[in-house]
Write a protein that binds this ligand. Structure first.
Ligand code: ADP
Length: 465
C-alpha cells in the first residue's frame, strides 16, 4: 500500500507535492494525544484561549499571500478568491475568540426553598473533523475555532486533494502557542480515517463538511458510541427571480452566487427559476455578463473561473449538460471544455442553458460546476414547488422588491439559508447550515459554538434549612 499521496495542481496537472499518509497507529496515537490535551486545554481560562485564537488569526493574516498561493495551486480557485477565503477563514477565528469569553451558564429558580439550581456549559471533549477540498481554509477554521474556543481539543483530516493549506494553518496555530496536541492534522484515506474517528472512544463529536452519502455513513457509524455530529452536506440551491425584480441587480448577484470557485460550492445557485414574463430579458442580460468571465489558471490575475478539481467532477458536469440538451435545453452560452485527461486538467467554460425542466438531471442533482440552468414559473406556488422538490435544503435565493412576495417565499422555502436580494449571505456571524438531507446543526454565529458544549445541570440541596 502506498505510504504517500500526490497533491496535483488542477490547472496544469503538475505534481505539487507528495504528502505522507499517517499510519493507523499514528492516527490512533494522535486521538489519544488529543484526548490528553483536552484535559489541559479545557482547564485553561477562557481569556487565555481567546488570546491564543486571536494570535492564530493574526499570524494567518501575516502569511495571507503565501497561504492563498498554496490554496490556488492545490485547489485551482482564482488567487483573488483564495485571498478572500483566507480572510473569511480568519473571520471565524476572530468571531469565536470573542465567543470564548461569552460562554454563559444560568441559574434556575428551584421548586423548593431547600435547593439551588445552576446550569453550566462545558466543552464536549475531543472533536474530530473531516473537511472538503473546496474551502480548505475556511471549512477547517469554522470548526476548529468554535471547538478550541469552547475548550475542546481538535483533530482534522483534510481532503486528499487539498491538504497543504490546512497543514500550513495548523502549523501556524502551533507557532502562536496553541498546544501541539490540542489542534492536530492527520492525513489518510477518507473511509479509513473516518472509521478510526467514529470508532474511537476518545472522540466525542464528529464534524463534517462534504457529500451527503459520506455524511450519512458518518452519522450511522457515530451511533455505536453516541457521538454528537454536525453535518454540512450537499446543496441544490434554487434562485428565484420574481416578475418585479431589479434584473441588473439579480444578474450580478446570480453571477456572484453561481461562479464562486467555478461553481464548486454547496451554496452555489444551481437552479435558476425565473418568472415567464421576464425570462427573455433576464437570460439575455445574464448571458452577456457571463460571457465576460475569464476561464484560466487561478494564478493569472485575469481569471474568474479556474479548473474543475478532478475528472470525476468534470464528467458529472459534462453528463448533466448533455442530458439537458438531449431533453430539449437550449444552449445560450458555453458547453465548451478545455480538458486533457493525460495532462490532468479539466476546465469548463461558463454555460447558460434555457428551456430547462425538472425531468433533466441538472434539476435533480447537485452540479458543482459553472452551469446556469434556467427554468420558468407562472404562479409563485409553482416556483416554491420546483425549489422544494429536492432532498436538499441548504441555501435558496430570491429576487423581489415586493414585500408580500418576499415574505411568502421566505416562509415557504425549506432551506436553512435564505438570500433575499442577496447572492452571498455567508459570514462568520451568521448560522450556516441546511435542512432535510443538507445537514444537521449550524456553523457560525452564536449557534456555532453550542454544538461543542455540553449542558451540565447542578442541583444543590440545603439539608440544614
Ligand atoms: P467530494 O465528493 O466533494 O470530494 P466527499 O464527501 O467525498 O466529497 O469528501 C469530503 C471529505 O470526506 C474528504 O476529506 C474525503 O476524504 C472524506 N471522505 C470521503 N469518503 C469518506 C468516508 N467514507 N468516510 C469519511 N470521510 C470520507
Amino acid at each position: 500500500m502506498s505510504t504517500q499521496f500526490k497533491v496535483m495542481n488542477p490547472a496544469t496537472g503538475e505534481l505539487v507535492k507528495k504528502v505522507n499518509y499517517n499510519t493507523k497507529e499514528e492516527i490512533k496515537q494522535a486521538l489519544e494525544n488529543g484526548h490528553c490535551a483536552f484535559k489541559k486545554w479545557s482547564k485553561l481560562n477562557a481569556h487565555t484561549r481567546s488570546k491564543l485564537l486571536k494570535g492564530w488569526s493574526q499570524i494567518i493574516q501575516e502569511n495571507k499571500e503565501e497561504i492563498a498561493e498554496v490554496m490556488t495551486i492545490e485547489n485551482g480557485k482564482p488567487l483573488k478568491e483564495s485571498l478572500g477565503e483566507v480572510t473569511y477563514a480568519t473571520s471565524y477565528i476572530d468571531w469565536y475568540a470573542e465567543e470564548a469569553i461569552r460562554i454563559y451558564g444560568r441559574t434556575i429558580p428551584a421548586s423548593t426553598e431547600t435547593k439551588r439550581i445552576v446550569v453550566t456549559k462545558q466543552p464536549i471533549g475531543l472533536v474530530a473533523a473531516i473537511t472538503p477540498w473546496n474551502f480548505p481554509a475556511a471549512m477547517m477554521t469554522r470548526k476548529a475555532a468554535p471547538a478550541l474556543a469552547a475548550g475542546c481539543a481538535f483533530i482534522v483530516k483534510p481532503a486528499e486533494e487539498t491538504p497543504l493549506t490546512t497543514m500550513k494553518l495548523i502549523e501556524l496555530a502551533h507557532e502562536v502557542g496553541i498546544p501541539k496536541d490540542a489542534i492536530q492534522c492527520v492525513n489518510g484515506k477518507g473511509p479509513e480515517v473516518g472509521a478510526l474517528f467514529t470508532d474511537s472512544e476518545y472522540v466525542r463529536k464528529i464534524t463534517f463538511t462534504g457529500s451527503t452519502p459520506v455524511g450519512k455513513s458518518l452519522i450511522r457509524n457515530s451511533a455505536d458510541t453516541v457521538k454528537h455530529v454536525t453535518m454540512e452536506l450537499g446543496g441544490h440551491a434554487p434562485l428565484i427571480v420574481a416578475e418585479d425584480a431589479d434584473l441588473d441587480f439579480a444578474v450580478t448577484q446570480t453571477i456572484l452566487s453561481k461562479f464562486r470557485n467555478a461553481g464548486q460550492t454547496c451554496v452555489c445557485a444551481n437552479r435558476v427559476i425565473v418568472h415567464e414574463s421576464i425570462v427573455g430579458v433576464f437570460s439575455e442580460k445574464l448571458t452577456e455578463a457571463v460571457n465576460r468571465l475569464k476561464v484560466g489558471n487561478g494564478m493569472d490575475e485575469e481569471t474568474d473561473i479556474g479548473p474543475i478539481i478532478h475528472e470525476k467532477g468534470f464528467l458529472k458536469i459534462v453528463s448533466q449538460v448533455k442530458d439537458a440538451i438531449e431533453k430539449g435545453a437550449e444552449v445560450l452560452l458555453g458547453n465548451k471544455y478545455n480538458a486533457d485527461k493525460e495532462q490532468g486538467y479539466f476546465f469548463v467554460h461558463p454555460t447558460v442553458l434555457k428551456n430547462v425542466d425538472t425531468t433533466m438531471n441538472i434539476m435533480q442533482e447537485e452540479t458543482f460546476g459553472p452551469i446556469v440552468p434556467i427554468t420558468t414559473f407562472k404562479e409563485l406556488d409553482e416556483a416554491v414547488d420546483i425549489a422544494n422538490s429536492t432532498p436538499y435544503g441548504l441555501a435558496a435565493y430570491f429576487f423581489t422588491n415586493d414585500y408580500k412576495v418576499g415574505t411568502y417565499l421566505h416562509d415557504h422555502l425549506d432551506f436553512g439559508i435564505i438570500g433575499w436580494n442577496d447572492g452571498a449571505p455567508s459570514g462568520a456571524h451568521v448560522p450556516f447550515g441546511g435542512m432535510k438531507e443538507s445537514g444537521l446543526g449550524r456553523e457560525g454565529g452564536s449557534e456555532g459554538i453550542e454544538p461543542y458544549l455540553e449542558t451540565k445541570y447542578l442541583s444543590i440541596g440545603h439539608y440544614d434549612q
